[in-house]
Structure formats: structure tokens, C-alpha cells
Design a protein around this ligand. Structure first.
Ligand SMILES: [Mg+2]
Ligand SMILES: [Zn+2]
Length: 201
């Protein structure tokens, strides 16, 4: 059996937008199914990748429960809802890995999730897990994300890297990552990133 080409995809800022609370004006990552909004080009890009034979995995850092901001069940419910929404749109995701850990935690955080781990990006643990369980060929597998942390995790897992970098973005700007944000492919939307990946074969 030959290993398969894969896309390993970040969640927040890559597949779905951050959630803006209309009343308080605060910005945070989605922690309820109702917060999930696909970013432009995501469904088109995922469908194109599926059609081209790519296996799809999601790899996401979700430290909210470790930091005491949300409970673990909310994170898991939101991830499950994301997969259901994608499947309803014709995109079956083959695997999802979430790192629930945080090195320092926070007030009221879940102590069992606080401390060092091998899965929190930029570490490659979630990527190498999916490469093994989904039987992916690292040479034909890409990490797609919106930050230098994602690109670093991709390099550490020895897969190729693709950065979605919308023009005009300033909020939570990944440029803060500086030179670490270098990637094999950079484009302004998810579908443009996938088109370039398919072009490279
Ligand atoms: Mg992200
Ligand atoms: Zn972890």
C-alpha cells in the first residue's frame, strides 16, 4: 500500500474566522458551534483537494480549557460541529487532532491539561500522529495555516508548508511571527493556496 497525499489544516484563522462578540467587541476563537464561520475560499479549496485525491486532516491548538477560558466539552463540541458542517458541504474530513494543553495554564484552568506536551504547535506531534494514522506520504503532504507557528510545525514534521495570508489583515497579525512565517507557498485565500498546491503536483 502506498502512502497518500495529505493536507493538514489549521482551524482558527485558516478554516474558520475568529469570533467577534457583537456586544463587548472582544475577539476570540470559536468555542461554540454557532461561532463557526468558514473563511472565503475554504469550501471550494477543500472540495478541489478532495477531488484531487488528498486526504484531509485538521490540527488545532485549543488551550482554552487549560487556561480556564472555556470548558473542554465546549471545545470538543465545536470541533465535532465543524466536521459535521464540512461533511454537510460535501467535504469529509479524515482526521482531527486537537492539542488541549497549555504550558502555563490560567486562573481556573483544568490542571490535567497544564504543562509541556509534544502536540502543541509548533511541535509536530499532531501532524506526525495524522501522518501515521491516515497513512500519509510526508513528501506529498502539506501543512496549511495562517501563522508562523503552523509553518514551523510543518517543517518539524517534514511536510511542505503553505500560508494563507489575507491581504489587509492586521488583527492578530501573523507577521508578528516575523521570518518564521516563511512558507513554500503563500496566497491570500484558502482556495488560492490549494490551487497552487495542486499546480505543483
Ligand atoms: Mg490559526
Ligand atoms: Zn498538547
Amino acid at each position: 500500500m502506498s502512502a497518500r497525499p495529505g493536507l493538514l489544516v489549521d482551524r482558527d484563522g485558516t478554516l474558520v474566522d475568529v469570533h467577534r462578540d457583537g456586544e463587548t467587541g472582544t475577539v476570540h476563537t470559536a468555542f461554540h458551534p454557532s461561532h463557526l464561520r468558514f473563511l472565503p475560499g475554504v469550501l471550494e479549496g477543500l472540495r478541489a483537494a478532495k477531488q484531487a485525491g488528498f486526504t484531509i486532516g485538521v490540527v488545532t491548538n485549543q488551550p482554552g480549557a487549560a487556561k480556564g477560558q472555556v470548558d473542554r466539552a465546549s471545545i470538543e463540541r465545536t470541533n465535532a460541529a465543524l466536521l459535521s458542517m464540512l461533511e454537510a458541504e460535501g467535504v469529509k474530513v479524515d482526521g482531527l487532532e486537537a492539542c488541549l494543553h497549555h504550558p502555563d495554564g490560567g486562573p481556573g484552568g483544568d490542571d490535567s491539561l497544564v504543562g509541556p506536551c509534544d502536540c502543541r504547535k509548533p511541535k509536530p506531534g499532531m501532524l506526525t500522529t495524522l501522518i501515521a494514522t491516515l497513512d500519509l506520504d510526508p513528501a506529498r503532504t502539506w501543512m496549511i495555516g495562517d501563522t508562523g507557528t503552523d509553518m514551523e510545525a510543518g517543517r518539524a514534521a517534514q511536510v511542505r508548508t503553505a500560508l494563507v495570508f489575507p491581504s489587509g489583515r492586521c488583527e492578530l497579525c501573523p507577521l508578528r511571527d516575523g521570518p518564521k512565517a516563511s512558507a513554500d507557498v503563500v496566497a491570500t485565500t484558502f482556495d488560492a493556496v490549494v490551487a497552487e498546491i495542486l499546480r505543483r503536483g
